[in-house]
Design a protein around this ligand. Sequence first.
Ligand code: FNR
Length: 367
Amino acid sequence: MSAEIVNVREYEAHAKQKLAKMSFDYFSTGADDQWSLQENIRAFGRIRIRPRILVDVNDVDLSTQVLGYRVSMPIMVAPTGHQKLAHPEGELATARATSAADTIMVLSSSANSTLEDVANTGPGTRFFQLYIFKDREYVAEVVRRAERAGYKAIVLTGDVPRLGNRENDKKNRFTLPAHLTIANFAGIGGRTNLLTSKSNESSLTTFNNSQMDSSVSWKDIGWLKGITSLPILIKGVLTGEDAVLAVRSGVDGIMVSNHGARQLDFTPATISVLEEVVQAVRGRVPVFLDGGVRRGTDVFKALALGAAGVFVGRPVVYGLAVDGEAGVRKVLRTLRDEFEVAMMLSGCIRVQDISRSHVLTENEPLC
Ligand code: FNR
C-alpha cells in the first residue's frame, strides 16, 4: 500500500480512505475556522533557504542529543491521543516504529494503551505527556508509574485549561468505541467508561470540562517537581513572555506548540514565533517545535531558527492508519531522508552546522 506514497503529505488522503469519518476528522481537523491549522503549514512556505555550496558533505551526520539522550535525527514523535482509532495496535506500533528509527516518542495522556504496555514493546527513549486533572493524587500516581516504567521526561501540556472548540468532533458526537479507554486514567473521576457525551457535545468536551484542572498555573511546575525527579518540558509556549516564565519556573525544555491548531484558533504558526521564544530563552534550556512539519526542509528551517529538534503529530498517525508500524516507520524514514537531502544541499555536515544564516524569514528581504 505505502510503496506508491512518496512523501508524508500523501499519507493524509490514504488515511482518509481507510478511516471512519469520526476518526479521520478527530485526527485531521483543528479548532474553529482552522486558520491556524493552515497557517502552521503555510508559514513554513514563506521561509527560504540560503544554501552553501562546495562543502564536503560526504560524512553527513543527522544525529543529535535531546536532554542528554542521543537520537538518530532531530525529528521526534509528538503525543497524539487515541491511536487505536487509527490502527488496532495504536501506540504500541508507534512505539516500535519510533524505536526502530532510533528517536524519541512522547506518549499521550490520552493514549488507548497503558504506559507500561508501551514501555514493554522494547528498549527506546520515551517521554510521557501529562495533563493535570483535578484528581491530583491520581495524576501523581500516573507520573510515578511513568518514572517506574522508564520514561525519561514529563512533557506537561500547558495549553488545555479546557478543550478547544472542535466543530467536527461536535458534529460527529465523537466518542470512543466500547473496547477503548483513556488507558492510563481509566479510573479517574470514579468511572471506568470515561467518554460519554452530552447530547450536544463531543465526549472529549464532556470529559475535559468535568475532569481537567483549569486552575493549573506556573506554580504547579513546583508541584510537579515535588513528585518527580524526571526533567520537565512545557508544551504550548507561543510567546517570549511565557518562555521567560517557563525558564524561571525551572523547566528543562520548552516546546513551541499550538497543539496542532486544535486549541485556540488564530494563534500564529509555531514556526513564526519560534525565534521570539528562542531569543527570550537565551540558550538557558533547549527549545523544540511542533506544528505543520511535513518536509525535511521544514525540519531544516526550524533548526536554523533555533529549535533543538522538532516533533511530528498527524503524519505519524496517518502512517499508522495506512500501514500500522510499517507506515510509521516509512513516515519517519521519509522525513529523515528529506532532511538529509536538505542538509547536504545546504552544505551542512552536522546538525550543529545549521545556522540562522541558512534561512530568510518573511520579514527579511532577499537582497
Ligand atoms: C494532538 N496533540 C496532543 N497534544 C498533547 O499534548 N496531548 C495529546 O493528547 C494530544 N493529542 C492529539 C491528538 C491528535 C489527533 C492531534 C493531531 C494532536 C497535539 C500534538 O502533540 C502536536 O502538538 C501537534 O499534533 C503538532 O502538529 P502536527 O504535526 O499535527 O501538525
